[in-house]
Design a protein around this ligand. Structure first.
Ligand code: C2E
Ligand code: MG
Ligand code: MG
Length: 570
């Protein structure tokens, strides 16, 4: 239609053909789309009396101010942006796409449908390699497995060895190029029906469908062999190796509650970790009929940990701290206990470092402070006040909110600062010494004791004693173990206790199990002892039971006294 065509003629055209949605108007060689809605709008005019006027005009006068024609070269996102840039009234009109083979009318909805496909594709794929991502594997994997009925499936977990070193040595671009070409090699090792996913970083997973164990193993060896050829980037040649872990769907025990794909991923990951420890560059396989191994257990702990707080799986046990000179136990150490429906009892040595890795330690730490304060209040109200020492992770100290967190727990339960102490451990995580020192100083000034825990283990150093404000040291059990059998050990302990006393620090011995150890510690002037000899860590009620029982424990509680509710940290 030419721009000169009278408006009336166009209106007649639309009236006669109710299915006609739009006409293309050529105004001096440039094409525009005139839709039925636009025609109605323009003919009627804004005030409703334009029809008579406009009927005399031509097609060009009816065209909207802003064009609706798009070049075919526009990608979907740019096309969507162009649509959104149109005036509100025109955004829902069809578009004219000026393709080489002639103009084509495209509904706006098509552009946005196309765009959502692009986003869906992006959400399910790794942008670097174009492989499926973890979400894709987790979303599509179960239905792919179900599609093969009862046939066995396998997950091969693939982790490149020392990839970080290669990245640091040859640069990130070389690293990215290697990941891309490795993903091509991985695909060449599998069948069309298998799913190859990049889980992140240098970790990949292959979901192999309809395979038995020998077939899955042969895929694994193909992957290992595919790494024999070097990677070449900008003239540099470098080699990469990988460690693999295999889990078969036939491993899944009848009582396994986790979904099969999740189980396979976890077990293949654990098998890979185990193979890494055994020397890398190989295939790991965990015997499905052996009890859950350490690695699989760790993987399960990582998964269960976030639910432990909400599912009431945590509790605190309390272990008395005995004043060696008087035999009284004015304080206890709170030790975290976790009993999980799937894992059973999990010791803090197993889960604290995993909680530190995952960041769950912050919520757990606040829960411990809160529980300890609630218990301190109960004991104070019962007339048997006990100071409670809580263990603080270096990460809680590093987060900078320790004073605030302790203060809110104390205030919530109306507990004076003298009834709450903390034990900190040094690790590499104490990065900001100045901030750590300031927080500890605030706590000490408010009347709390701050003990350096596990003194004598790998991390503790004399520098810590100099740089951190402390009120005492806890000598690690490994120090105390041989104090009564090995004279050198006793000399070492003496060499810690004397200088500690000289700089005004109190000393506590951990893991005291024998009277002979206690006697030597008394001679060396150690202030406090803790260990199975005195009592194991117990739930609060059991500790109360022991304290009140007719048969006196080797220790007696502090003299009853009244404890007020005051106490502030700052
Ligand atoms: P720790 O703070 O050095 O606690 C002492 C550990 O030694 C406790 O282990 C305790 O049960 C054990 N123990 C005490 N006396 C004896 C003894 O006579 N013989 C032997 N063999 N062991 C003894 P547990 O409860 O397993 O805790 C281990 C570690 O986990 C703790 O070492 C502490 O570092 C950490 N932990 C425990 N609770 C928490 C917590 O609430 N937060 C943080 N961040 N760490 C915690
Ligand atoms: Mg401790
Ligand atoms: Mg300790």
């Amino acid at each position: 239609m030419s721009g000169k065509t009278p408006s009336r003629e166009i209106e007649t055209l639309f009236r006669e053909d109710r299915t006609l949605r739009a006409v293309v108007v050529d105004v001096a060689g440039s094409l525009s789309l005139l839709t039925r809605d636009q025609l109605d709008h323009e003919m009627t005019g804004r005030l409703g009396y334009g029809r008579a006027l406009n009927a005399r005009g031509d097609a060009a006068a009816l065209l909207p101010q802003t064009g609706s024609a798009l070049p075919p070269s526009l990608d979907l996102q740019a096309a969507a942006a162009a649509v959104l840039g149109l005036p509100e009234a025109n955004r829902y009109q069809d578009l004219l796409v000026l393709a080489a083979d002639g103009p084509r009318i495209v509904p706006v909805s098509e552009v946005f449908e196309g765009l959502s496909d692009v986003f869906r594709q992006a959400a399910l794929h790794d942008p670097l390699t174009g492989l499926a991502n973890r979400r894709h594997l987790e979303e599509r994997g179960p239905s792919l497995m179900a599609g093969h009925g009862s046939a066995a499936a396998a997950i091969l977990y693939v982790d490149l060895d020392d990839f970080k070193v290669a990245n640091d040595t040859f640069g990130h671009r070389a690293g990215d190029a290697a990941l891309r070409s490795f993903s091509v090699r991985l695909q060449a090792c599998t069948r069309e029906s298998d799913l190859v996913a990049r889980l992140g970083g240098d970790e990949f997973a292959l979901l192999l469908l309809d395979v038995d164990e020998p077939m899955a193993r042969s895929v694994a060896f193909r992957v290992l062999r595919a790494l024999e050829d070097p990677f070449i980037h900008e003239g540099h040649e470098f080699r990469l190796a990988a460690t693999l872990g295999l889990a078969m769907s036939t491993d899944v025990a009848a009582d396994e509650t986790a979904a099969p794909l999740e189980y396979l991923l976890r077990h293949a990951d654990a098998a890979m970790l185990q193979a890494k420890l055994e020397g890398k560059g190989r295939l790991g396989r965990i015997d499905p009929f052996r009890p859950v191994t350490r690695f699989a257990r760790q993987a399960l702990i990582r998964r269960r940990l976030p639910h432990a707080l909400s599912s009431a799986g945590f509790s605190l046990h309390y272990q008395p701290l005995m004043d060696i000179a008087t035999g009284a136990c004015p304080g206890v150490e709170a030790l975290l206990r976790w009993e999980d429906a799937e894992l059973g009892k999990v010791s803090p040595d197993e889960f604290i470092h995993l909680a530190e890795q995952s960041g769950d330690i912050h919520a757990i730490g606040r829960w411990v402070m809160d529980q300890a304060c609630a218990q301190a209040r109960l004991w104070a109200d019962a007339g048997t006040p006990r100071a409670i020492s809580v263990n603080i992770s270096p990460l809680q100290l590093a987060a900078g909110s320790l004073v605030q967190d302790l203060q809110s727990a104390l205030l919530r339960h109306g507990v004076p600062t003298s009834l709450l102490n903390i034990e900190i451990t040094e690790t590499a995580a104490v990065v900001n010494l100045q901030s750590a020192a300031e927080q500890l100083r605030t706590l000490i000034d408010a009347g709390m004791s701050v003990f350096l825990d596990d003194y004598g283990t790998a991390y503790s150093s004399l520098a810590m004693l100099r740089d951190l404000p402390l009120t005492g040291l806890k000598l690690d059990k490994s120090f105390i173990d041989t104090i009564d059998t090995d004279p050198a050990s006793a000399i070492l302990v003496a060499g810690v206790i004397a200088p500690a006393k000289a700089i005004g620090l109190r000393t506590t011995a951990e893991g005291v199990e024998r009277e002979t150890q206690l006697a030597i510690l008394r001679d060396l002037g150690c202030d406090t002892a803790q260990g199975y000899l005195i009592s194991r860590p117990l739930p609060a009620e059991e500790l109360d039971g022991r304290a009140n029982s007719a048969e006196p424990p080797p220790w007696r509680p502090a003299n009853p006294r009244r404890v007020g509710r005051e106490g502030h940290l700052q």
